[in-house]
Design a protein around this ligand. Structure first.
Ligand code: NAD
Ligand code: LMR
Length: 338
């Protein structure tokens, strides 16, 4: 995959050193939900990442098979499998980064919020394990609805006395990946050279692409702006409908998750200037959580960037996004506080 190779290159010389040491100085990463549609390709791509020395694959089903399969890849990371709740703690002890794609996906006609009842409990249990076994790990939360599961995780960590907002990140990278792809298509550019900030959250109108800030600078007609905003906001639904009951985005999500996890690991390593969008505890708006560009460092989030100048179209979109986000955040908080 040429894009993955590009990511390796940007990870720089120290990765090569890691590999030369057999990965012994790399990071320990756990994937919770590793046998799922996202979990399997994500596990494969993380096994290919030279920054990873140990990869723990946890699921409530099928993790032994996935682990045996992935462990035959001749890359540096040592792979271990963990099955069922009784092995959750062993899966988590000593981890530097925990990636969570556990939970049910959407079927056609459902919103992400329709997944709340099942996924909220799953995320709660997994985060209780993290608070107990690896309270200093960076957490990348993928399970939907992200706009509610991140507040749930924060409340679990607060209850346990381990909460550090710098280490909890909701993964909105797929929105950026889609936005880069769709903008490149419209403008006739190479998607690898396009950078679209996507802020707000990860559901419908809360997904707010800032097309006025695209790099390289692009100028869009009102029709192009409408088309691109709507396509980016509905990218998940486009895949859910195409899969016709067989789940939601898994392969592009695994790609996005590994791109984001690699950024977190490069930050942990001390690389300068690692910036990605993520849904995090934030003071960028009046809401307690918001997705925007963040700079990643040795202890997680080092800096959260303001939104920058918005045009009128984006200001209207921001108000809509905040209204829905406020309710989703409150729903997550209440789930733990009730
Ligand atoms: P899937 O059903 O294929 O896989 C989910 C996996 O989670 C399964 O292997 C299942 O056994 C496992 N699981 C269930 N309960 C668990 C528990 N208590 N502990 C550990 N593992 C558990 O689903 P998928 O397609 O991989 O999607 C997973 C989640 O990711 C869904 O909630 C989906 O909506 C979400 N998602 C988010 C984004 C994003 O951009 N953030 C993108 C795509 C999908
Ligand atoms: C996505 O954006 O693809 C995911 O959030 C999955 C979904 O339900 O759309």
């Amino acid at each position: 995959n040429p894009n993955y190779l590009k990511m390796e290159e940007t990870s720089g010389l120290q990765q090569v050193n890691c590999r030369a040491k057999g990965g012994a100085s790399g990071f320990k990463v756990a994937i919770l939900g590793a046998a799922g549609g996202i979990g399997q390709p994500l596990a494969m791509l993380m096994k290919m990442n030279p920054l990873v020395s140990v990869l723990h694959l946890y699921d409530v089903v099928n993790s032994p098979g996935v682990t045996a399969d992935i462990s035959h890849m001749d890359t540096g990371a040592v792979v271990r499998g963990f099955l069922g709740q009784s092995q959750l703690e062993d899966a988590l002890v000593g981890m530097d980064l925990v990636i969570i794609p556990a939970g049910v996906p959407r079927k056609p006609g459902m919103t992400r919020d329709d997944l709340f009842n099942i996924n909220a409990g799953i995320v709660k249990t997994l985060c209780e394990g993290i608070a107990k076994c690896c309270p200093n790990a960076i957490v990348n939360l993928i399970s939907n609805p992200v706009n509610s599961t991140v507040p749930i995780a924060a409340e679990v960590f607060k209850k346990a006395g381990t909460y550090d907002p710098k280490r909890l990140l909701g993964v909105t990278m797929l929105d950026v990946v889609r936005a880069n792809t769709f903008v490149a298509e419209v403008m006739g550019l190479d998607p690898r050279e396009v950078d679209v900030p996507v802020v707000g959250g990860h559901a419908g109108v809360t997904i707010l692409p800032l097309l006025s800030q695209v790099k390289p600078p692009c100028s869009f007609t009102p029709e192009e702006t409408d088309y691109l905003t709507s396509r980016i906001q509905n990218g998940g639904t486009e895949v859910v409908e195409a899969k016709a009951g067989a789940g939601s985005a898994t392969l592009s999500m695994a790609y996005a998750a590994v791109k984001f996890a690699d950024a977190c690991l490069r930050g942990l390593r001390g690389d300068a200037g690692v910036v990605q969008c993520a849904f995090v505890a934030s003071q960028v708006t009046e809401l307690p959580f918001f997705a925007s560009k963040v700079r990643l460092g040795r202890t997680g989030i080092d800096e959260i960037y303001p939104l920058g100048p918005l045009n009128e179209y984006e200001r209207v979109g921001l108000e809509k996004a905040k209204k829905e986000l406020a309710e989703s955040i409150q729903k997550g908080v209440s789930f733990i506080k009730k």
